[in-house]
Design a protein. Structure first.
Length: 69
């Protein structure tokens, strides 16, 4: 993994609306993962979309644990 593959992504918790920043590793390609909110500890679902052509971050969809992304 190279440092240029790491991207900071800012968003708000879908449960408590706390501002959050997670580091996304774009070298993993498109993937889904779960991270806990640093404020309320709720599980946040993240769907990371990486461009197959450029390898750049295209989108990060966030939702509650039981949301369908």
């Amino acid at each position: 993994m190279h440092d240029d593959a790491l991207v900071n992504h800012d968003f708000h918790c879908p449960y408590c609306d706390a501002p959050l920043t997670f580091v996304i590793d774009t070298s993993q390609g498109s993937h889904a993962t779960w991270e806990d909110c640093h404020q309320c500890c709720a599980p946040i679902q993240l769907k990371v979309v990486i461009s197959p052509m450029t390898g750049e971050l295209e989108a990060v969809l966030t939702g509650q644990d039981d949301d369908i992304l």
